[in-house]
Design a protein around this ligand. Structure first.
Ligand SMILES: *Cc1c(COP(=O)(O)O)cnc(C)c1O
Length: 555
């Protein structure tokens, strides 16, 4: 028996722009957008729909899944796609968990634009739209932070982690250009703070240098790098014959929004390496998250044209005064899928001196298919990826649609709501201690303490035993679990690595903390009271359960 064959051309956008195909396409898009809208529930976090992702869920998926033999009509495929969204976390006002933003409309439209031509951003002969957008956004962001746009360069890559890795590749190539052929020398070292993202750890593994050659620098209580400790550790490495090639300055830590002082790091590392006849290590500002506060670099805080409150202004000035040194870094990153309001994956890696990229470029002999021809002027042979999506188009779209002022408004709203959370926590829940109070921004970390146990000040000044802090951590973990069980109602975050503290008995231990991360444009100051009330109820339950269990154990 012969089967009916599908018309496979119908599965593509039209060749000629005919209205029938366009209408079919629009209808299918409308089906998705409407379907997602029908699942929305602004009174909770998760989208509606039945889905139990526990137990044998993934195992069952493996058993059930197989490619259909024949073609399934696209309307029916859409129905299946929409089922994936059932019970999915969504960025309502109660979404407070982490740096997981909503994709904005201009961000989504930029992606769709890129998909309409599906160019390959590897080479402008194949992807001229992406090349143009990439050059434009690299220039725009360079100018924002104070790089010379005619000298700087950049490209979109696989995340803030990819940017840290690209910085490391540059650092290696700058110190040992022949490392690309001969392999990496065995005396190279990299540095970052204890509060840095694990991107550098991974990069050291992946580059073959090894994570043992990553030196961790102590942090201050505000999670910023202790530059005196950097100086000590740089000297130690040099004294033992090591070469410091790479320093990652975290400008906006992922948990506490601590900001390293790039200018001070620059100064100290140049001086120290200079003394020993070495060149200054490559400095990468890991500004994946925090860099977006550079949007306030030119804000007139005197005239305050957007009429921010005094408190918000103070917070913004404090952040901006540290971010204004970003341009001293040799490379940096903007994770647009974080505060740039674009979809995954839209990270922009920037280098102060585009000539550095040539150190990582492929030799023409190595690129038989693309680039280095008499035609085409833009070939990104220096990226680790070969084919690349034109995610710069989404970035371009968002930058145009928000403008500097739109970003200022949105970020200031996050800061304002965060300030309101801190004030309400202090007022309403006396058991709570905010543990990143020195860092204004969009994140609040807090801890709770069982009955008479010493609190945060004792913990960070080394007055607690390991046992006491372990007990406090356990207590906070109970709160994580209780909040986590009901995350479809209000979705808080948590971290098990806020500040590594020294204990009285000479060990060190990271602190656990619950996180309120203001990231949804729909969370406003008027929602704070209700959210804090919910938190208060849950915290009270943690204390009640705790006193029951300690009474039982006393019996
Ligand atoms: C998020 C983040 C990263 C990792 O970025 P990805 O885009 O997830 O790869 C690295 N560093 C910092 C400071 C971050 O906030």
């Amino acid at each position: 028996m012969r089967e009916k064959k599908a018309n496979v051309q119908q599965l593509f956008p039209s060749e000629d722009g005919n209205p029938q195909t366009r209408q079919m396409f629009m209808k299918l898009i409308e089906q998705i957008v409407t379907g997602a809208d029908e699942l929305k529930n602004p009174d909770g976090v998760n989208l509606k729909g039945e889905k139990n992702r526990s137990g044998h869920f993934y195992n069952n998926l493996i058993r059930e899944s197989a490619i259909p033999h024949g073609s399934i009509p696209m309307e029916e495929v859409n129905v299946e796609l929409l089922k994936l969204l059932h019970d999915h976390p969504y960025h309502t006002k109660y979404f407070l968990t982490n740096i997981l933003p909503m994709a904005s409309l201009p961000g989504i439209l930029g992606m769709i634009t890129a998909f309409m031509v599906n160019g390959n951003n590897l080479w402008d002969v194949y992807g001229p739209a992406g090349a143009e957008a990439e050059v434009r956004v690299t220039s725009m962001m360079s100018k924002l932070i104070g790089y010379d746009a005619l000298q700087s360069g950049g490209y979109t890559t696989w995340g803030g982690q990819g940017a840290v890795f690209s910085g490391l590749r540059l650092a290696i190539a700058k110190y040992a250009p022949d490392a690309l052929q001969k392999g990496v020398p065995n005396n190279l070292y990299a540095f970052c703070s204890e509060a840095a993202h694990y991107s550098l750890f991974k990069s050291m593994e992946a580059s073959g240098i090894g994570s043992d050659r990553l030196i961790r620098i102590r942090t201050h209580a505000d999670s910023s790098m202790d530059v005196d400790d950097l100086a000590i550790k740089l000297s130690e490495v040099i004294a033992q014959g090591g070469i410091p090639i790479y320093i990652v300055a975290t400008t906006g830590t992922t948990d506490a929004m601590g900001i390293d002082d790039v200018a001070h790091i620059y100064e100290v590392s140049s001086q120290l390496t200079n003394q020993h006849g070495l060149s200054r290590p490559h400095i990468h500002a890991d500004s994946a998250l925090g860099g977006f506060f550079a949007f306030f670099n030119d804000y007139d805080f005197e005239a305050n044209p957007l009429a921010f409150s005094q408190e918000v202004m103070q917070a913004l000035i404090a952040i901006q005064s540290k971010m204004k040194h970003l341009h001293m870094a040799d490379s940096m990153c903007f994770d647009f899928q974080k505060l740039g309001q674009t979809p995954y994956l839209t990270s922009l890696f920037l280098v102060k001196d585009a000539a550095d990229l040539r150190l990582m470029d492929l030799h023409p002999d190595e690129t038989p298919y693309v680039g280095h021809r008499g035609y085409g002027q833009y070939h990104t042979g220096y990226t680790l990826e070969c084919s690349r999506m034109a995610s710069s188009i989404s970035i371009y779209s968002a930058l145009l649609a928000f403008g500097i002022q739109g970003y200022q408004q949105l970020l200031a709203q996050f800061v304002e709501v965060n300030l309101a959370f801190r004030a309400a926590l202090k007022r309403e829940i006396p058991q709570v201690e905010i543990v990143n109070d020195d860092n204004p921004g969009i994140i609040t970390l807090f801890r709770i303490y069982p009955d008479s146990n010493p609190g945060f000040q004792a913990e960070i000044s080394g007055k607690c035993t390991l046992k006491e802090i372990e007990r406090n951590n356990k207590f906070n973990e109970r709160l994580f679990e209780m909040l986590g069980d009901h995350r479809d109602r209000i979705f808080f975050g948590d971290t098990k690595k806020h500040l590594l503290v020294q204990t009285k008995d000479d060990s060190s231990i990271p602190l656990y903390a619950t996180k309120i991360f203001v990231i949804s444009p729909y969370t406003e100051t008027r929602h704070v009271e209700e959210i804090i009330e919910y938190l208060k109820t849950t915290i009270t339950q943690v204390y009640e359960k705790y006193s029951e269990s300690s009474m039982l154990s006393r019996r």
